[in-house]
Design a protein around this ligand. Structure first.
Ligand SMILES: [Zn+2]
Length: 68
């Protein structure tokens, strides 16, 4: 018993939060978000900048601790 697989995937834009259903036969992710048209809709760049900021803050913390 097997159901026919339909190439449908729910996409969530990590930039604007837009959700849409993509129906592509080749299974490739959509190139851009249809709402904000960002080609980086599936790449959370903001998270990276946050982690960098956290790292910098931690480094500062360590430095100030070491000076004590
Ligand atoms: Zn978007």
């Amino acid at each position: 018993m097997s159901l026919p697989t339909i190439a449908m995937r729910v996409c969530v834009c990590l930039r604007c939060g837009w959700q849409w259903v993509s129906r592509k036969l080749d299974g490739k992710p959509p190139v851009r978000c249809p709402h904000c048209r960002s080609p980086y809709w599936d790449k959370p760049l903001e998270r990276e900048t946050v982690s960098v900021a956290v790292k910098a803050a931690r480094a500062k913390e360590k430095k100030s601790r070491g000076k004590r």
